[in-house]
Design a binder for this molecule. Sequence first.
Ligand SMILES: *Cc1c(COP(=O)(O)O)cnc(C)c1O
Length: 397
Amino acid sequence: MPRTDLLERLAVQTSEREHANLRRRLRTVEHVEGPWLESGGRRLLGFCSNDYLGLSQHPQVIAALRRATADEGVGSGSAHLICGHRREHAQLEEMLAEWTGRERALLFSTGYMANLGTMQALLARGDVCVQDKLNHACLLDGAQLAGAELKRYPHGDVEAAARQLQGRPQAAALLATDGVFSMDGDVAPLAELAALCIRERATLMVDDAHGLGVLGAEGAGSVQAAGLGQREVPVLMATLGKALGCSGAFVAGSAALIDGLVQFARPYVYTTAMPPALAAAACAAVEIARGEHGRREKLQALIARFRAGAAQLGLPLMASHSAIQPLRMGDAQAALDAARALEQRGLLVTAIRPPTVPPGQARLRVTLSAMHEDEHVDQLLEALGALPPRAAMAGLV
Ligand SMILES: *Cc1c(COP(=O)(O)O)cnc(C)c1O
């Protein structure tokens, strides 16, 4: 057998995706303004951004970024442990620790890296990592890269998680879950999982990328909304690129956890620190997210309006009360057809297909933001109601 050519094999895999209606395509967005975006010369009303509070366009966040760039330049110049850890980073870490009720917090350049780094620092070969089946891809990758045995329990099934932990009673164990599930929008049974972990002496890690800023008093997230502190959820991760409208991520927990991550989390150690101006912008975003309750209230009202309208239309809603409001479409073609029909009416909603979601569970992932107005939601509902029957009904068959 001749040696396999890697690029040829990759091209074959790509064309297989094309045939299965699963090929992903990039879209270039030329401009954004509020919930609107311009793409391919057209103006579209977007329902797919994770900028749940609209902070990416907030004047105070933009001003903080401008000011810090003027004072400190653009790049941080090096990794945190060399000379890249600036005052802005330190200040943001303090604010995040205080907001989430943890002793300390540590910044990472992306959420993906935060999860890889944290799991790699905590886990070793022979350990077990128990995870919800619908966890974000980077949690799954993190456990695998760390060399731990990965066990995945059916979505939200605390009993199954318990059995998986009890199946390896001698092994050091991490149980990792999304707080708010990124493609379903529902919240993990956090209190039950926390009780289980305490009982089984496992460590609980919650990825609250979609909960921070949106849920809980002062927007401190799903963990705080569930009334859980650092003892119950010792490893809390969240991102700055969603409701905070910036970019980057952090892990919060005990001083011992953070000290250990600084030593052993390779995606922290061996990468350039985020630009200090971005940290300054995130500080401004945290202040607004904590203080301006009106943004969260407006978002909740829009979510309620969307759900009531969609229920009236008989649309295949899912059990979500978060800003993520997926509509089940069934197969990938149905989801694509629906997204195309919406785009023709000037609405941008992403079709989410396997492998991001399980086969047969393709969906339209509608996300709402405090930037939307009632009439935007009504416009979306009207377009959804007018979808051709196949696309509208696919979720029901
Ligand atoms: C977006 C997301 C991440 C990755 O965060 P980035 O900062 O975009 O790399 C991790 N976990 C969950 C649940 C997410 O939704």
